[in-house]
Write a protein that binds this ligand. Structure first.
Ligand SMILES: [Fe+2]
Length: 255
């Protein structure tokens, strides 16, 4: 058992050097919160309803198959856990302390509070509880090729911090609202006894607010540097497409 993931020793040194060398007082300390959403961020946010993810045939299969839902849980354990870590990585690149504090609200939402050493409201833990409630053995939690492909795609779109906000904010946080709505209906019909409600509601209820925080931060960054707009939109679009392809491939595995 290991509690520490692979670590890139040069990352901390690179963070120190790049921040010291590019030190700009105002960008670090002047509050930048704005209520305006940049038109490109607005455009990106429409990719999710346009994707129609909730009508994907995977959810139709899942609504009639407990096995399909068990498989979904084993794969979502990878996605939810690694996603939370990718959010932390993104926060490390946000220089402005006020923006970083707002992004930390999203990270805090994913992890919740800690009582007696356990983060009982954290999304990965709630998913772990869901796995237990379905009697899925830990040994069944092995990554399927489409899941690894999807996570690699998300990481690939995180080539700049603002692109990371597009990839994680639109392709994950915002996407999960309609997607998990469809998953919830599938659980109601195929595995009503499972402890799915807490995990799915935690995401459905919080992710609209989480994606809005990320959209505002992205808007502020793009307003300051409009050259970031195209990359953000491409990252959002790419990650929405990657998520749909992920379900295409899960569907094929089950068919
Ligand atoms: Fe979230």
């Amino acid at each position: 058992m290991t509690y520490i993931g692979p670590w890139h020793a040069e990352s901390a040194l690179r963070l120190v050097n790049s921040n010291v060398n590019a030190w700009d007082y105002d960008s670090r300390f002047v509050p930048v919160e704005t209520s305006t959403i940049h038109p490109v961020v607005e455009l990106a946010s429409r990719l999710v309803p346009d994707s129609g993810i909730e009508d994907h045939p995977f959810f139709r299969v899942a609504a009639g198959s407990r096995k399909a839902l068990e498989f979904w849980v084993t794969q979502e354990l990878f996605v939810t856990g690694v996603f939370a870590q990718l959010l932390n990585l993104t926060a490390s690149a946000v220089v402005n302390v006020h923006q970083r504090a707002r992004l930390n609200l999203v990270i805090q939402g994913e992890h919740g509070g800690v009582r007696k050493g356990a983060a009982r409201a954290s999304h990965p833990w709630l998913l772990h509880k869901l796995r237990e409630s379905m009697g899925i053995p830990q040994e069944a939690v092995t990554v399927a090729a489409p899941t690894h492909t999807f996570l690699r795609a998300l990481a690939g779109f995180m080539d700049t911090p603002v692109n990371a906000l597009g990839s994680l904010g639109v392709g994950n946080e915002q996407m999960l609202v309609p997607e998990y709505g469809a998953v919830k209906q599938a659980f109601e019909s195929a595995a009503p006894d499972a402890d799915y409600a807490e995990f799915l509601h935690a995401n459905i209820d919080e992710d609209t607010a989480h994606s809005a925080i990320m959209a505002h931060i992205a808007s502020e960054l793009i307003m300051r540097d409009p050259s970031l707009a195209d990359g953000y939109l491409a990252a959002a679009r790419g990650s929405v497409i990657a998520r749909k392809e992920y379900y295409d491939e899960l569907y094929e595995i089950l068919a």
